[in-house]
Design a binder for this molecule. Structure first.
Ligand code: 5RP
Length: 261
């Protein structure tokens, strides 16, 4: 890895090799989700607790003060909406000159393995990596499942994650699942996990974060389960304790419960 690539990776992954990323890029196909109507209002209080922010260029430019000293991971794929027939039909939506102009630390793109547009999204990933590597910019591949949440098992996620890494992704974002260690073992680059739709109980999400880290994930890149919680700071603090402080699940839950008060 050359200096620029290493430097950008180290802005995302801290000294312990772990990271807490906050994902607020959902609007690129879901519009103004609840609690993201005013992104800055939601994001600003969480910035001290996170290591990087994953978002679109539109939200970065229009809603966040450039003085925030937080590494950003820019969403670089899209072209669909929740109303369309197939969420997998994505293209690259960002140029590398824009990524550099916005001083991003990495770019993120979704792949949809097994979908109608599998080939298109894998070629998107390869093309983005070919360009980004020239500038030392890491590409994070998201193993997206669209509306088919039931696809999230170890066999599928291991296949998608491995393909992303084989194509050159420097980071893979996937989901936690049963036998998650199989996904980790077959993926030669750092894995971070998404949270998925908001769970009823925050403690369930903490359990997922704990199990993922215990089984080899290098961090989380979560959104809704943090900022749609009634207690987002308690939530992100508890997750941070799991990711960076090796907190036990009980300690993380106790921290959440005490901060929530
Ligand atoms: C959308 C994404 C989101 O960033 C990802 O799903 C993480 O957010 P959440 O934890 O809310 O699922 O990549 O495709």
């Amino acid at each position: 890895m050359d200096w620029g690539m290493r430097n950008r990776m180290s802005r995302i992954f801290k000294e312990d090799g772990h990271t807490v990323m906050l994902a607020v890029d959902h609007g690129y196909f879901l519009g103004a989700l609840s609690r993201l109507e005013d992104p800055e209002k939601t994001v600003k209080p969480l910035i001290p607790y996170i290591d990087s922010l994953m978002l679109t260029r539109g939200v970065l430019r229009n809603c966040l003060d450039p003085k925030y000293n937080i590494p950003v991971v820019l969403r670089a794929s899209g072209g669909n909406s929740i109303l369309g027939s197939d969420l997998s039909r994505e293209a690259i939506t960002l140029s590398l000159s824009e990524v550099i102009r916005l001083n991003a630390s990495a770019v993120a793109l979704s792949i949809y393995v097994g979908s109608e547009y599998e080939h298109q999204t894998l070629i998107n990933l390869a093309n983005l990596i070919n360009e980004a590597e020239d500038y030392g910019i890491p590409v994070l591949a998201v193993t997206a499942v669209g509306k088919e949440l039931e696809k999230r098992d170890a066999r599928y996620l291991s296949l998608s994650s491995r393909i992303a890494a084989e194509l050159g992704a420097r980071i893979v974002k996937t989901y936690y699942c049963e036998d998650f260690q199989k996904v980790v073992e077959s993926c030669p680059v750092p894995l971070v996990i998404a949270g998925g739709p908001k769970m009823k109980d925050e403690l369930d999400c903490l359990e997922i974060a704990y199990n993922a880290i215990a089984r080899g994930a290098k961090g989380v890149d979560m959104g809704r389960n943090i900022w749609q919680s009634r207690w987002p700071i308690a939530m992100v603090s508890a997750i941070r304790s799991i990711v960076h402080e090796k907190a036990s699940l009980k300690k993380a839950k106790d921290l959440f419960n005490s901060l929530k008060k």
